[in-house]
Design a protein around this ligand. Structure first.
Ligand SMILES: Nc1ncnc2c1ncn2[C@@H]1O[C@H](COP(=O)(O)OP(=O)(O)O)[C@@H](O)[C@H]1O
Ligand SMILES: [Mg+2]
Length: 263
């Protein structure tokens, strides 16, 4: 990208990823203003995880340009700088199995060269907030799915990143955990940091996000401030979502053997 826009935390132009013949992400132009809470929505298989993997440097794009915090992730020096300033909660939550939650946070803090006292203080607060402190002897391999999600989020927040990426943070978590995650995230943006999360849970996105992007079959079909989207259409996010992903007019298909009748 010739001139990345300073006010944007994330900017892409023509971002594309092919898997063989399939175009999983198709010329996507994202614009995520700094300090916003951006919800990246789309049906299953739309290209959300593929996009977030490219933004966080886990997957190379087939074409297009990316600027993260005004920097180029494909420039070696800038890539390292970006890594110091972002937090990532990936889809597959690869934690180190043989560490306790506290040990894992300690390890992450040291990777980011934080002072030991800072790591200890932040870990204490995070483990208490996530309700993981009473499980202090448990190894992460013994954690439940929800506990892993919370620990992964704690690890991503610990270094106090300017930009946080989360792939489906509410997937498979209970209502209590979902609330803890939501509260943690709202506190995070209120201090000026940016959150970019993917989700297919519209209700949560509607409550939390200030901006939304909607991807369908690899194409970005909508992108705006949530308030503008709702006022301009006069509809709920769900109406807009179903309309732009092109499924609003089709009644859901019925299963032949579940249809009513006397057979
Ligand atoms: N490593 C891969 N190899 C081949 N196809 C892939 C791979 N990763 C994703 N895809 C395909 O790309 C499309 C988008 O996938 P993904 O980004 O995971 O969707 P989402 O996260 O929105 O559910 C899907 O059709 C998926 O099957
Ligand atoms: Mg996904």
């Amino acid at each position: 990208m010739s001139e990345p826009t300073e006010s944007l935390a994330i900017e892409t132009r023509g971002l594309t990823r092919m898997f063989g013949e399939q175009c999983a992400v198709d010329r996507v132009d994202l614009q995520v203003p700094r300090g916003t809470f951006y919800g990246f929505l789309g049906p299953n298989g739309a290209g959300k995880s593929t996009t977030i993997k490219m933004l966080t440097g886990l997957l190379a794009p087939s074409a297009g340009a990316i600027a993260i915090l005004g920097m180029n992730p494909f420039d070696r020096d800038q890539a390292l700088d970006i890594k110091r300033r972002i937090g990532v909660v990936p889809e597959d939550l690869s934690l180190f199995d043989n560490l306790t939650g506290r040990e894992y946070l300690m390890f992450i803090g040291r990777m980011f060269s934080l002072e030991k006292s800072v790591i200890v203080q932040r870990s204490d607060e995070l483990l208490a907030m996530m309700n993981l402190d009473h499980e202090h002897r448990k190894l992460t391999l013994e954690y439940s799915h929800g506990m892993k999600k919370k620990l992964a989020l704690a690890a991503a927040i610990l270094p106090d990143p300017d930009l946080l990426f989360l792939d489906e943070p509410f997937e498979g978590v209970d209502a209590v955990t979902s609330r803890v995650i939501r509260e943690t995230l709202s506190g995070f943006t209120s201090r000026g940091s940016t959150v970019f999360l993917t989700s297919h849970v519209l209700e949560i996105v509607e409550k939390l996000c200030t901006h939304v992007g909607i991807i369908a079959e690899g194409k970005l079909v909508e992108q705006s401030a949530l308030a503008d989207l709702q006022t301009s259409s006069g509809h709920s996010l769900e109406d807009v979502f179903l309309e732009v992903v092109g499924q609003s007019d089709e009644p859901p298909q019925k299963l032949s053997w579940l249809e009513g009748g006397d057979t």
